[in-house]
Design a protein around this ligand. Structure first.
Ligand code: ADP
Length: 266
């Protein structure tokens, strides 16, 4: 099929990349970008060479999460073609639309323009040799998802959801999309973010603020591997806002959550 041909071509575009992991969510705000960033950093901590592609064109979070807002990548001539050199921070390579254009501009792009920007992240960025390229996808199931899945040889998809019913309902649409014959990308599994909250002074207690184990039940229902639960931790949110992601910090609870999750995702 066309898809197969495109994905073979894409393999030639990213010949040095061993594994491409797309992190997706049905709904926005469930922590997809947080999970993608910390997954990439967990791989790097294990010694892997890692890139993070922020494909969330309409809501890029990599510049803030990594504290590189306003920085601009440089270009390099590779075999007569101008290639964009990814930024590097905390040992991983980064690319985001927020590093190329004023964030306010991309928000009004129509689908085809957004899709072509994403294609350029594959064709015009010099990713080099990587063990893992983690892609932070836009939320939902739109044109950009189709473009990416048809042009990038994605190894597998990680689905992020909260235990809340509205998030679970949207996650189901994602599961249906990625399982479709014309896309047919393997689903690595589902991770439940914001699964519970444990106050410092009550370390044995778990409060299920968004509902209990909804992600786990969804994984069971669709026979998908369950990649675990990530609790609500204040330092995860603070790390995201301050450019020092949880995996770079020293909060034991969040470090363990992301390390366990990364181990499940390989
Ligand atoms: P999405 O990419 O799904 O829109 P984000 O990763 O941007 O979601 O997360 C939304 C907000 O929730 C951010 O402020 C982020 O720091 C915060 N957040 C995400 N996961 C957690 C968590 N496990 N604990 C605390 N805050 C979190």
């Amino acid at each position: 099929s066309n898809t197969t041909t495109n994905r073979k071509d894409a393999q030639q575009l990213l010949p040095g990349v061993k594994n491409i992991i797309a992190v997706v969510s049905g709904k926005g705000g469930v922590g997809k970008s947080t999970v993608a960033a910390n997954l990439a950093l967990a791989f790097a901590k294990e010694g892997a060479s890692v890139g993070l592609m922020d494909a969330d064109i309409y809501g890029p979070s990599v510049p803030i999460m990594f504290g590189v807002r306003g920085e601009r990548p440089m270009m390099r001539d590779v075999d007569g073609k101008g290639m964009i050199i990814p930024l590097e921070k905390y040992g991983i390579k980064l690319m985001s639309i927020g590093l190329l254009v004023d964030e306010k501009n991309a928000v009004v792009w129509r689908g085809p323009m957004a899709s072509s920007a994403i294609r350029q992240f594959v064709t015009d960025v010099d990713w080099g040799a990587l063990d893992y390229l983690v892609i932070d996808m836009p939320p939902g199931t739109g044109d950009i998802h189709l473009t990416l899945m048809q042009t990038v040889p994605v190894t597998g998809v990680v689905i992020v959801t909260t235990p809340q019913n509205v998030a679970l309902a949207d996650a189901k649409k994602g599961i249906a999309m990625f399982g479709q014959a014309q896309i047919n990308v393997p689903i690595i599994g589902l991770v439940e973010n914001m699964a519970y909250f444990t106050p410092q002074e009550l370390p044995e207690n778990k409060y299920y603020i968004f509902g209990k184990e909804g992600g786990k039940r969804l994984a069971d229902e669709y026979d998908l591997p369950f990649l675990g639960q990530i609790p609500i931790v204040q330092s995860i949110r603070e790390g995201g806002d301050s450019g020092v992601p949880a995996m770079i910090g020293n909060d034991a609870l969040s470090l363990k959550a992301f390390e366990d999750f990364a181990a499940m995702a390989v």
